[in-house]
Design a protein around this ligand. Structure first.
Ligand SMILES: [Zn+2]
Length: 197
């Protein structure tokens, strides 16, 4: 399947980041998060939302408990691997006999920031064939709001302007969570209208 809006999503996020005073790439590596911090942040998001927006694996058989970030082979891109990995051949099982797995993220130094990690975790939380399609952008927007406080209004206005398609409606959970998350913004907007200011 063609990843038809990938470059538009890249341009959209770059503009969005710069509007929030963030750069896409870290130039000064002293500003990088440590790999340990990256793992912790990525695992926190993964464990909060795995199998919620979209069903990614069967948790009766395997338990996917964390995200491991690395750049052992020196790749240039940030990359969310679609598979599930076990620590070693004799990987332990939990008390219910489920095997323990992790998600793998390639994360070069330029990408060790919260906003890039959020982009990659959003891939983990969608179906693989979604790529940078509308469902991905929906999840991505939700996470940018949740973890970095970006407003839906700013994200959606810019998406509209830059011809980026987004949707929350293929996932009941996401749709509900989104409505809840944007309620304060809508309330503020409505009272602004009522107050005439
Ligand atoms: Zn991507």
């Amino acid at each position: 399947m063609r990843d038809s809006q990938r470059s538009r999503v890249y341009k959209w996020e770059e503009k969005l980041f710069s509007d929030h005073g963030l750069k896409k790439s870290i130039v000064n590596f002293d500003e990088c998060m440590s790999l340990k911090e990256c793992n912790k942040f990525a695992s926190k998001i993964w464990n909060t939302y795995k199998n919620k927006f979209y069903r990614n694996y069967t948790d009766k058989l395997i338990r996917v408990t964390r995200v491991k970030c690395s750049n052992n082979n020196g790749g240039r891109n940030a990359l969310a691997y679609s598979g599930f990995y076990s620590a070693h051949r004799f990987a332990k099982s939990d008390t219910k006999g489920r095997k323990l797995y992790y998600k793998k993220m390639q994360l070069p130094k330029w990408a060790r920031s919260k906003h890039i990690i959020i982009h990659e975790v959003a891939h983990f939380l969608c179906h693989n064939d979604t790529q940078h399609g509308r469902d991905f952008v929906g999840v991505y927007m939700f996470l940018l709001n949740k973890y970095l406080g970006f407003t839906f209004r700013a994200m959606q206005d810019l998406a509209y302007e830059m011809n980026v398609d987004w949707s929350m409606s293929d996932s009941k959970y996401l749709n509900r969570a989104f409505r809840q998350a944007c309620k304060p913004e809508i309330d503020a907007y409505v009272s602004e209208l009522k107050g005439g200011k």
